[in-house]
Design a protein around this ligand. Structure first.
Ligand SMILES: C[S@@+](CC[C@H](N)C(=O)[O-])C[C@H]1O[C@@H](n2cnc3c(N)ncnc32)[C@H](O)[C@@H]1O
Length: 247
């Protein structure tokens, strides 16, 4: 059973494409003839040119909207597609789930004629700038240390790539890990945590002490005093990066 057959049960409830992040992805993909979306999940951010989605979880495949591109149940490490099948392959917020990122990236490069686009995050920046993992949930940060391939290593595997910063809007519609950086109460909501693997996979008992401290800091106003500067910002660089590799 794929991990997201469990994690993804209510994915579409909190995880929908954010239009500003979508614009950045469209810009990175460019005007191209055909795109394959690997680790496609429920199909967020699929561009008009998407001809195929690749996704291992049946639960996620079942959440794809009617009319979305055709999808195949498969993993990045073994794409069921011929060499150079499309102009562009994209893999969005998925590489950290792959059992063999090097094999998966090699497969993206094998299939893309022109460009590979990866949306991921820089764990060093994330750990420094995202108050939730830095100040309250270091255990969750350690979980990510173990699974996140360093961005420099991903660029190397991609044969060289341009890195673009993707700032997270304060009202980001897509509920990924740092989406609620200016809405701290959201992290106390189990439905929000269920949509974020970083907060769903380590287990509630590991996160409970840090979440209790967050609840207390919100109740006393300590969080708002400490983070007054954040409350004036519209968007924040929390480490999310688009890697754009031309073949
Ligand atoms: C956080 S979701 C992202 C989904 C989608 N790209 C998005 O941006 O909403 C991660 C997805 O990666 C998929 N995944 C996990 N292991 C994979 C693998 N080895 N190859 C391809 N996809 C994988 C999961 O099933 C899940 O749907």
């Amino acid at each position: 059973m794929a991990v997201y057959d469990v994690l993804g049960v209510a994915y579409a409830r909190t995880r929908r494409a954010d239009p500003r992040v979508a614009a950045r992805i469209r810009g990175a993909v460019g005007e191209v003839g055909g795109v394959i979306n690997v680790g496609a999940g429920s199909g967020s951010y699929e561009t008009a040119g998407t001809v195929l989605a690749v996704e291992p979880s049946r639960v996620m495949l079942a959440q794809r909207p009617v009319g979305a591109a055709p999808a195949v149940q498969a993993v990045a490490e073994r794409l069921p597609v011929r060499d150079g099948a499309v102009d562009t392959v994209m893999a969005l917020l998925t590489v950290h789930h792959w059992s063999d990122p090097a094999a998966g990236i090699a497969e993206l490069r094998r299939v893309a004629r022109r460009r590979v686009v990866v949306l991921t995050w820089d764990q060093r920046v994330f750990r420094e700038r995202f108050w939730l993992v830095r100040d309250y949930l270091p255990e969750a940060a350690a979980f990510d240390d173990a699974r996140a391939t360093p961005v420099d290593r991903l660029c190397e595997l991609l044969g060289g790539a341009r890195q673009e910063v993707v700032p997270v809007p304060h009202d980001c519609v897509d509920g990924f890990a740092a989406a609620y950086w200016r809405r701290p109460h959201a992290y106390l909501d189990p439905r929000v945590r269920a949509g974020v693997s970083l907060l769903a996979q380590p287990g509630e008992e590991i996160l409970a002490p840090g979440l209790a401290r967050l609840a207390e800091d919100l109740a006393t106003g300590r969080w708002h005093t400490r983070h007054a500067g954040l409350l004036t910002l519209d968007a924040l660089d929390v480490g999310y990066r688009l890697l754009v590799a031309d073949q």
